[in-house]
Design a protein around this ligand. Structure first.
Ligand SMILES: [Zn+2]
Length: 836
């Protein structure tokens, strides 16, 4: 596969040459400065070359995982097959002014380190782009390519790991740096603590020679003079860099108490503007990070330890986190702000029980080889971890949200965690932090290892929205994190599963009787059916396909690079097709096989594939192999691909389910209520006292959503009816899903009396307000446009937006985050209503 990039397109490149060399561990050492909105420091990368990372049980081979040193030779640039005429273009004769380009014309401050020796003797790398640089093609030097953007790289150097005191303890060749790294990386799982300590010590070892580097839009390229293969290239390198305030990986903003904070936003580019990394998911690595910030701030991160701050010099403290389970760098998350840990008002014994921690201890992990993944201290091998229903958890939020966190969120966490354990078994992660993110977070939730971001929009109304969203994010611990998609276009593997499981977990968490659970799940299926129909009618067909790469899924170029089609397409952030069609496929499979058969298979699947990356066929093949033939009916991997994963529109088998959906009792109840409202709406303004008053049934939040969606289809709804609707259901006090539909009704019928509800929604429910905002901006009504433009929220919401009425509908989505690309993309739960 050629890596041809056209910046005007919306494809996302993954540049790192992971087939040649793989990052095994990152050590980050960072200072967070709110004044300048810059994160600055170093990252040390520990590499492995060769084929040790090849262990995988998946069905599709990644192309060219080179085994011999010869094959590991650098072979960029792939797109330009231009014969090499002069492989020595970059001789030492090139003056050093021509190289070491520091982050797009930014000042190189590495001079203050007083170490320019290497630059003077080195042969330079041209500042021209490798891709079109015939001279570099065939260069005899190995080139390390890391994914990054919007980062100022100041210095890159080899780390002298041989200088670490005591390093000879576990290496046979204390003088050979790469050998030391090799043996450090290869330490068995039960020596994880020692391994982490040595990684930390090595990361602080002195440099032993600067490396040459260059940056372009999407990558950082590093080479060492004379290092011709990945094996010769330094296996421990340190990069000094700083982020840029406008970088798209982190958002600098204010929390609900007005205090500054910064957090990873889950943008399609993941963490590339936070640290240089190998972005392709095959580069599964561990990490540890030390982060310094003002002592008044809390640093939360993807780490398995519940870090406590260490006081440093006046006014500063430092936080240290680590993980021992290798995961893609894209899953790393950090949040720094003035957050308060929320605890229940009265500490019940129940909560004390959750304090028991099962952090891995050396003795716990002896059963190497039980799992299919590469070695790490895995909870599935730890008897006490496997039976832990509720993992230790903390909740952080701005102090002003204390009451609502205590009332709504805190009581939900133990039952939701416990429900997940009862369905899937072992929690893959040892602990969980939940952070209520600032109002401008673009979705209702986002899951990362050990940390879940929740929008404040989940906290209003009854517990339904908060509970289901929490269940969704908890489900991602298994599907999306512990089991990731190898090909990011197969996003349904995380979102479809999490959407299907959220209903199952939530029914258990509420302790619903089986028939009640079935009814509620049917109602949710009805809502999703409406949403899917809406979406397939209003989106490009090619974006409705769940396995777009078909038989080429998971394929990468010889170097390991690839391009994610539509990865940067702003419209993609709004699409829910992966959630919805994925959900319906899994619901269909569970129904066809029987729930008991399906969920016992799912536990087996998790046991087999946790800690690994998968493709659709890994799941489907194992599923069909594991069910009795008489239950398989006409199902085959081929026809599931054809009917569900490789077609656009509504899948054929789902069309046939339509009747069953219509028979949902809770939905029929809604239809009856809708009929009443339509009657009410038709009545003349002045009516006689003796007219029969309608008596309305009490409705569940999901029923209210359905009711309002039906009413949105009415051409006219009078102000009197709208007023009566609000009074009957207290709509402005309902959860954000309900209020969103309510606001849509207000906007559609220009019900000026309730414009304050719209304004409030745009301010407080920015995760969902985007659709509403779009409708307001595109309306011809000056008052509505004014509502959208109100400086206090619109600027905060869509800063630097290019929105203009009648302009490109999605121009303003560029600021809307949302972790696309499969692993962690959160739901945008507002209904997709294409306007204009
Ligand atoms: Zn395991």
């Amino acid at each position: 596969m050629d890596v041809k990039l056209d910046p005007s397109r919306d494809d996302l490149p993954l540049m790192a040459n992971t087939s040649h060399i793989l990052v095994k561990h990152y050590v980050l050492d960072l200072d967070v400065d709110f004044e300048s909105q810059i994160i600055e420091g170093t990252i040390v990368l520990f590499f492995e070359s060769g084929n040790r990372f090849k262990k995988r049980s998946s069905s599709t081979e990644v192309a060219c995982l080179s085994e011999s040193n010869e094959a590991c030779k650098f072979r960029m640039p792939e797109p330009c097959q231009i014969p090499v005429t002069n492989t020595k273009t970059f001789s030492s004769k090139i003056g050093y002014n021509d190289f070491v380009i520091c982050g797009k014309g930014e000042k190189d401050t590495s001079g203050k380190d007083g170490n320019h020796d290497n630059q003077e003797q080195a042969s330079g790398i041209s500042s021209s782009k490798y891709c079109c640089d015939t001279g570099n093609h065939g260069s005899e030097e190995f080139l390390l390519v890391l994914d990054c953007c919007d980062i100022s790289v100041l210095k890159v150097e080899e780390v002298d790991v041989a200088a670490v005191p005591g390093i000879e303890k576990f290496t046979r060749s204390p003088k050979l740096r790469n050998q030391i790294v090799h043996e450090l990386v290869a330490l068995p799982a039960d020596r994880w603590r020692e391994q982490l300590d040595y990684y930390a010590l090595c990361s602080q070892a002195p440099g032993c020679g600067e490396l040459l580097f260059d940056t372009d839009t999407w990558s950082l390229q590093i080479r060492k003079t004379g290092a011709q293969t990945a094996t010769d290239f330094p296996h421990a390198i340190r990069i000094r860099y700083r982020t840029k305030p406008q970088g798209r990986s982190v958002t600098w903003t204010s929390d609900q108490s007005g205090r500054p904070c910064v957090y990873t936003v889950g943008s399609p580019i993941n963490n590339r503007a936070l640290f240089p990394c190998q972005e392709p998911p095959v580069a599964m690595s561990t990490w540890q990070a030390t982060v310094r910030a003002a002592a008044s701030l809390v640093v939360l991160m993807s780490g398995e330890n519940s870090a406590e701050p260490t006081q440093l010099r006046e006014g500063y403290s430092s936080w240290h986190y680590y993980v021992t389970m290798p995961m893609p760098a894209s899953t790393f998350t950090i949040a720094v702000g003035s957050w308060t840990e929320m605890k229940p008002e009265i500490c019940s014994s129940n909560d004390l029980a959750t304090e028991r921690s099962f952090s891995p201890s050396e003795a716990d992990f002896r059963y190497v080889g039980v799992c299919g993944h590469m070695e790490y201290p895995c909870r599935f091998q730890n008897a006490s971890a496997t039976t832990q229903k509720i993992i230790p958890h903390r909740v952080f939020a701005p102090a002003c949200l204390k009451r609502v966190c205590q009332e709504t969120l805190l009581p939900l966490i133990p039952p939701c965690l416990s429900a997940a354990h009862s369905v899937l078994g072992t929690h893959p992660f040892s602990r969980l932090d939940i952070l209520i993110v600032p109002a401008n977070f673009s979705s209702l939730g986002m899951a990362s290892p050990h940390i879940v971001f929740l929008s404040q929009s989940t906290l209003t109304g009854m517990s339904q929205l908060c509970g289901t969203r929490l269940c969704h994010e908890i489900a991602h611990a298994w599907f999306g994190l512990a089991i990731g998609a190898r090909d990011w276009t197969e996003e349904w593997l995380s979102e479809g599963f999490a959407t299907h499981l959220e209903d199952v977990f939530w029914a258990k968490a509420q302790q619903l009787a089986p028939h009640e659970a079935r009814e509620q799940q049917k109602l949710r299926a009805c809502l999703r059916w409406h949403r899917l129909q809406d979406e397939v009618q209003n989106s490009p067909e090619e974006m409705q396909v769940l396995r777009p790469n078909k038989e080429k899924t998971g394929h990468v170029s010889d170097s390991g690079s690839s391009v994610i089609r539509h990865g940067l397409n702003p419209e993609k952030v709004f699409m829910q097709v992966h959630y919805l069609k994925g959900y319906f496929l899994l619901q269909f499979l569970a129904k066809t096989l029987g729930e008991d058969t399906y969920f016992s298979f799912l536990r087996k699947f998790v046991h087999t594939f946790h800690g690994q990356l998968i493709l659709s066929q890994d799941f489907l093949q194992m599923l069909l192999e594991n069910i009795p033939e008489e239950k398989r009916l006409e199902l085959s991997v081929g026809n599931i691909f054809r009917d569900w994963l490789e077609s656009s529109g509504i899948p054929q088998p789902l069309q046939r389910e339509r009747q069953a959906l219509a028979e949902c009792g809770l939905a029929q109840q809604v239809s009856a209520e809708v009929a009443k409202w339509v009657r009410v709406n038709r009545r003349p303004r002045k009516r006689k006292r003796k007219d029969r008053e309608e008596v309305f049934e009490k409705l569940l939040p999901d029923q209210l959503v359905l009711l309002l969606e039906h009413l949105l289809e009415q051409k006219t709804v009078t102000p009197r009816t709208l007023q009566s609707l609000e009074r009957t259901y207290h709509l402005s006090e309902q959860d954000a899903e309900v209020r969103h539909r309510w606001c849509e009704l207000i906007v559609k019928h220009k019900y000026t009396k309730a414009y304050r509800d719209v304004e409030k929604f745009l301010q407080e429910d920015q995760a969902m307000g985007i659709y509403l905002y779009g409708e307001l901006m595109l309306s011809e009504d000056p008052r509505q446009q004014h509502l959208a433009r109100r400086k206090d929220h619109s600027e905060n919401l869509f800063h630097a937006s290019a929105c203009s009425p009648g302009g490109p509908r999605l121009a303003w989505t560029q600021d809307i985050k949302g972790r696309a690309m499969g692993l962690l993309k959160p739901a945008v739960s507002g209904r997709l209503r294409l306007v204009g």
